[in-house]
Design a protein around this ligand. Structure first.
Ligand SMILES: [Zn+2]
Length: 91
C-alpha cells in the first residue's frame, strides 16, 4: 500500500475520492487535486474544470481492506487504485 500526501496528489494532478468510514458505511467524497471538493459531474469550482477520478485515498489504514474489497466488488471501479493518506495528514 502506497502512502501519499495531499501534496503528492496536487503535484501529480491526481484527483481522488477520499474514503472514510462513517455510521458503518464507506463514504467516498470526490476531491480535485487542487484540494477543492468536487461538485456534480466532478466539476471543480476552483479550477472550473471537470475531473476524472481513478484513485481512492484511504483516510485510515483500517479501511484499506474495505476499500480494496469495494474496488474488486464493483465493476465500475475495477481500474481504481487505492492509496493510504499519510497519517500526518489526518485532522
Ligand atoms: Zn480544482
Amino acid at each position: 500500500m502506497q502512502e501519499v500526501t495531499k501534496e503528492d496528489m496536487k503535484q501529480n494532478e491526481t484527483s481522488y475520492f477520499l474514503a472514510s468510514w462513517e455510521d458503518n458505511q464507506l463514504v467516498l467524497e470526490p476531491y480535485c487535486f487542487c484540494g477543492e471538493m468536487l461538485e456534480e459531474n466532478f466539476f471543480c469550482p476552483r479550477c472550473r474544470e471537470n475531473r476524472a477520478i481513478d484513485v481512492i485515498l484511504c483516510r485510515e489504514f483500517k479501511i484499506v481492506g474495505i476499500v480494496e474489497k469495494f474496488i474488486h466488488g464493483n465493476p465500475q471501479f475495477k481500474d481504481f487504485r487505492a492509496y493510504l493518506l499519510k497519517a500526518s495528514q489526518n485532522p
